[in-house]
Design a protein around this ligand. Structure first.
Ligand code: ADP
Length: 252
């Protein structure tokens, strides 16, 4: 079979994965192929959901796009630059919020800015702004253990937004939440996404979550190694936007 030629990578592409492979523990007896020949193009502002069974390589793909791991083969690009390491332009949010328990919500939200060396005043202003966007203004001086699971995930989203990312990478961020809170967080995320205009790559293994959130769902059907043949995009953007009605995910 002759494969279709790819369009050239441009500075307009939010993410481009070309022929990606990833072998964990490469060159050892424990070598494991997590991804093989994966191609993915993400346009600016697009909301993509990666859907597939546990172990098919969804998280691995996010780590490569985040720049936390290097690909074994192929190339990852973002806005015209080859991804060679982490960048504030690409924020990764995990299932476990990993907030610092000894810091206040405000300090957690602006943590990335402190690494960047921004002043206390600038950090406080940014924390106020992003916490307002996630509906947690009142919690700015609380500690993470005073918040519910859903509120802690909002702080994690606020911390990511404070860095003004162009790409939000979300690895099953609502998996630990109860069904009702998860539904509310999905609505909340759609509001934040529309407001931020970032591209989102969201990993889940829940079909209902994928359909509720995505412009496009990329499905991996193989448990062992996702390949170009086993990854396909389903649902055209217009069809998937249909479920986005007010309160469609509110769980009531
Ligand atoms: P998914 O997110 O789809 O559940 P992962 O990307 O987490 O899948 O994992 C894909 C495969 O790669 C799994 O078989 C997993 O055990 C393996 N894997 C993931 N991370 C590592 C690692 N750090 N070292 C070795 N193998 C790993």
């Amino acid at each position: 079979m002759v494969s279709k030629p790819f369009k050239p990578i441009s500075s307009q592409d939010a993410v481009v994965c070309r022929n990606i492979s990833k072998v964990w523990a490469e060159g050892t007896k424990r070598a494991h192929v997590a991804l093989r020949d994966v191609d993915l193009d993400v346009t600016p502002g697009e909301f993509i959901v990666l859907l597939g069974p546990s172990g098919c390589g969804k998280s691995t793909l996010l780590y490569l796009i985040a720049g936390l791991e290097r690909e074994s083969g192929g190339e990852v690009w973002s806005f015209g630059d080859r991804v060679a390491g982490p960048s504030p332009e690409r924020s990764l949010i995990f299932q476990e919020t990993s907030l610092f328990p000894w810091l206040t919500v405000g300090q957690n939200a602006s943590f990335g800015l402190s690494i960047r060396g921004e002043s206390a005043g600038a950090r406080r202003t940014a924390a106020r702004e992003v916490l307002a966007r996630v509906g947690l203004t009142e919690a700015i001086d609380k500690r993470p253990d005073e918040l519910s699971g859903g509120m802690r995930q909002r702080v994690a989203v606020a911390r990511a937004l404070a860095m003004r990312p162009k790409v939000l990478l979300m690895d099953e961020p609502f998996a630990a939440l109860d069904v009702q809170t998860r539904a509310k967080m999905q609505d909340f995320l759609l509001d934040v996404w529309r407001d931020s205009r970032a591209s989102v790559l969201f990993v889940t293994h829940h079909i209902d979550e994928a359909v509720a959130l995505a412009d496009r769902v990329v499905v991996s059907r193989h448990v062992r190694a996702a390949s170009r043949r086993s990854c396909r995009s389903i649902f055209p953007a217009r069809a998937i936007r249909f479920p986005r009605k007010p309160n469609c995910c509110a769980g009531n």
